[in-house]
Design a protein around this ligand. Structure first.
Ligand SMILES: [Fe+2]
Length: 247
């Protein structure tokens, strides 16, 4: 979510209310994560099997206990499919979280606040809050992928990709396509893969928004621009002229 941050420096429970189909879906998600654990021969699986997803709370410590070994096992494959597997596995665990206590946060621009929850390896868990109407301008993720989890309120999240070969230093306008336009609400996730949906921007709704960015650096850090999205290029309304803007 944040364009640039010194990552090293910052530091179901209602089965009766949930339709049967929804429960089945969640179990399907769990099966995906279970398969990843089993394939990797990870010890976390045994504990996960003891949890009753419908009744047992899954708190931040539970998340770390499951996510850290899984992430360590899967992070080495940085192909597009490898990143998808990594991100979906983290997301499948993140959606089991209830709330996560906000850490100390600092200002990250007008109406925007950012901090980090302790723990996480190889990922860092950023915790952000946006006041109503606050915006995070669209920007590419050049060296780190992200699972964004909504915890409170709602924010419009839009993801973009460059059409054709991408050049982070391009001075001339180029075409982008909006690949995702999503109202992120509590429990929802948005994924940024370095090869897919790799630009994202946020606009907080009328109630503001709060959530996590579970971010993992895969490549050396480098300057990252903002993505300035211009006029629509055709009747789809989802292809735009765009430029990079470096501060
Ligand atoms: Fe970002």
């Amino acid at each position: 979510m944040v364009k640039e941050i010194g990552l090293e420096g910052v530091a179901l429970g209602e089965p009766a209310q949930v339709e049967r189909g929804v429960i089945v879906e969640r179990r399907s998600f769990f099966t995906v994560a279970a398969a990843a654990f089993a394939a990797a021969g990870l010890p976390g699986m045994a504990r996960a099997r003891r949890l009753d997803e419908r009744r047992d709370a899954f708190d931040y410590e539970d998340f770390l206990a499951e996510a850290v070994p899984a992430a360590k096992s899967l992070v080495a494959d940085t192909s597009i499919k490898g990143q998808d597997r990594y991100l979906f596995t983290l997301a499948a665990l993140a959606v089991r979280l209830g709330d996560v206590a906000p850490p100390q946060m600092r200002s990250n621009g007008p109406g925007k606040f950012i901090g980090a929850n302790d723990g996480g390896d190889p990922f860092v868990v950023l915790h952000w809050r946006m006041e109503a109407g606050a915006r995070i301008e669209a920007h590419p993720h050049i060296y780190g992928n992200v699972v964004t989890l909504g915890l409170e309120g709602e924010a419009l999240v839009e993801n973009y990709e460059v059409e054709g070969p991408r050049d982070w230093l391009a001075k001339q306008p180029f075409a982008v396509r909006r690949t995702v336009s999503q109202w992120l609400t509590r429990g929802g996730v948005n994924l940024v893969n370095l090869e897919r949906n790799y630009c994202h921007g946020f606009t907080a709704g009328p109630n503001g928004a709060r959530g996590l960015d579970i971010t993992t650096r895969l490549l050396p850090r480098q300057d990252s621009p903002s993505l300035i999205v211009g006029r629509a290029l055709d009747a789809t309304g989802a292809r735009f002229e765009a430029t990079w803007q470096y501060d």
